[in-house]
Ligand binder design. Structure first.
Ligand SMILES: Cc1cc2nc3c(=O)[nH]c(=O)nc-3n(C[C@H](O)[C@H](O)[C@H](O)COP(=O)(O)O)c2cc1C
Length: 177
């Protein structure tokens, strides 16, 4: 493996340190997606942010993301059966912070409108995917969620990017390269 002066080889045979794992994975930029629904018991909007959202299958049309087993928000979103995935736009850092904090009142400062199923779609996002929960698979300390795509929509704009522990746009990710 070639390393530069600022790089540290991460090659432990037994167990890689968790922070090393996070730091190395941080080199891969991800989109920032709000997964939001209506909790069945309270009828309140609920949600969280994931950086693990991806397409899984074209036929049938499926998407996937992974959720920490400790997440309370995912259980609330899942309870509604149907939810929306909003791909956040560059500049929506505050929306990301609101939806990724712990607690109940995540939507007080967040602009949203309802999908045809009633799930919150985040205003100003660059794309929305309305989903139906299908199943969870074991993913270590996470669960791998699989959901069916119900409908999709897009809007002009550039996506929010998470890279090396920071939120920004494509230009910021390039500048940090
Ligand atoms: C950029 C970003 C990406 C994230 N990606 C994930 C993810 O893929 N899976 C996950 O479980 N949590 C992820 N989180 C953390 C959750 O959004 C959130 O902090 C957590 O679910 C809040 O706890 P709660 O679910 O108990 O409300 C991410 C947070 C940020 C800011």
């Amino acid at each position: 493996m070639t390393t530069t002066a600022t790089e540290r080889p991460v090659e432990q045979a037994d167990r890689i340190d968790e922070m090393d794992f996070r730091n190395v994975m941080g080199h891969l930029p991800t989109g920032v997606v709000a997964v939001t629904g209506i909790e069945a018991s309270s009828a309140q909007p609920v949600g969280m942010v994931v950086g693990t959202f991806a397409s899984l299958s074209l036929d049938p049309q499926l998407v996937t993301f992974s959720v920490a087993r400790t997440s309370s928000s995912w259980l609330k979103v899942r309870s509604g059966g149907r939810f929306s995935a909003s791909m956040l736009a560059e500049g929506q850092d505050a929306v990301c912070r609101s939806l990724s904090r712990k607690g109940d009142d995540k939507f007080s400062d967040v602009d949203w409108h309802s999908s045809p199923d009633g799930a919150p779609r985040i205003g100003g996002a660059v794309a929305w995917i309305d989903c139906e929960f299908l199943q969870e698979l074991d993913g270590g300390d996470h669960v791998i969620v699989i959901a069916r795509v119900l409908r999709m929509a897009t809007a002009p704009g550039a996506p929010l990017v998470f890279h090396k522990g920071r939120l920004g746009g494509y230009r910021d990710a390039l500048a940090a390269a």
